[in-house]
Write a protein that binds this ligand. Structure first.
Ligand code: OAD
Length: 240
């Protein structure tokens, strides 16, 4: 493992611009379940009921109960050494952008700034009528579904299956991937598009790509370095 550490540190030291793409795996060691692995949320819950606009239209209370449970769960979790290492890496590099598929806000709590949250943020809610977005960190929420000041029903400020990503955030994520000299891909199964497409985009634009994951993924074959193991153990070794 020492040769991997040295190789990755050299790649990072030579980088003009660093991009990072994270997925649920980076929060696994904070005790937050991932989506697809053993114990993953989509193994025991139906995504079509809980994470689609159709599911929300059918039963908004059920969807909100699930998000309320997740919010409470996430609220009691703490950022781990992997989140903190990425915040430290950002402080060492002027040209650094974090792109995350995670909605848990743990990168922010670890000290990362300006994260591009391509799948939204579980701590924001959005009115289904006037579309006003606001932050609400109460967990549990006092009323489900929550209501906007205009009286409209609010929804979680996250991206569901079948929905477009927030356009401004996505444009910046694509630009980041295209301009990066190094991309770290951490704890994502790389099966959900368009986010997973950022790996191929960065690679074809000339980035060196380092994957950190417990397992092989569909992008493992195109990356330059695969480092297998828990993100919370590997990432501190890259920055210290
Ligand atoms: P997944 O649950 O699909 O994948 C998690 C990945 O993390 C897997 O490849 C695991 O091998 C890896 N992993 C688990 N524990 C790890 C650890 N300690 N260290 C390193 N790697 C670890 O999660 P995502 O790829 O994030 O979308 O899923 C993508 C999207 O699908 C999510 O953003 C969510 C979900 O449906 C929305 O909510 C829109």
């Amino acid at each position: 493992m020492d040769h991997l550490r040295q190789l990755c540190r050299e790649i990072l030291a030579q980088a003009d611009s660093i991009a990072v793409l994270t997925g649920a795996g980076i929060s696994a060691e904070s005790g937050i379940p991932t989506f697809r692995g053993a114990g993953g949320l989509w193994r025991s819950h139906r995504a079509e009921d809980l994470a689609t606009p159709q599911g929300f239209a059918r039963d908004p209370k059920l969807v909100w109960e699930w998000y309320d449970w997740r919010r409470a769960f996430i609220a009691q979790a703490e950022p781990n050494a992997g989140h903190r290492a990425l915040a430290a890496l950002q402080s060492q590099h002027a040209n650094f952008t974090l792109i995350t598929q995670n909605v848990d806000g743990l990168h922010d709590r670890a000290g990362s700034t300006g994260a591009l949250k391509v799948h939204g943020d579980v701590w924001t809610v959005r009115c289904t009528v006037c579309h006003r977005e606001r932050e609400d960190r109460r967990a549990p929420l006092p009323e489900l579904p929550p209501r906007c000041a205009c009286g409209g029903m609010e929804r979680p400020g996250v991206v569901w299956f079948g929905e477009s990503l927030p356009q401004d955030v996505w444009i910046r994520a694509e630009q980041t991937a295209r301009r990066a000299s190094v991309l770290l891909v951490i704890g994502t199964s790389a099966v959900v598009y368009p986010a997973a497409g950022l790996v191929g985009l960065a690679k074809s634009a000339g980035a060196r790509v380092i994957e950190i994951n417990l397992e092989e993924t569909p992008v493992s074959s195109i990356v330059d370095v695969c480092w297998r193991g828990p993100a919370a153990e590997i990432l501190p070794r890259l920055v210290s």
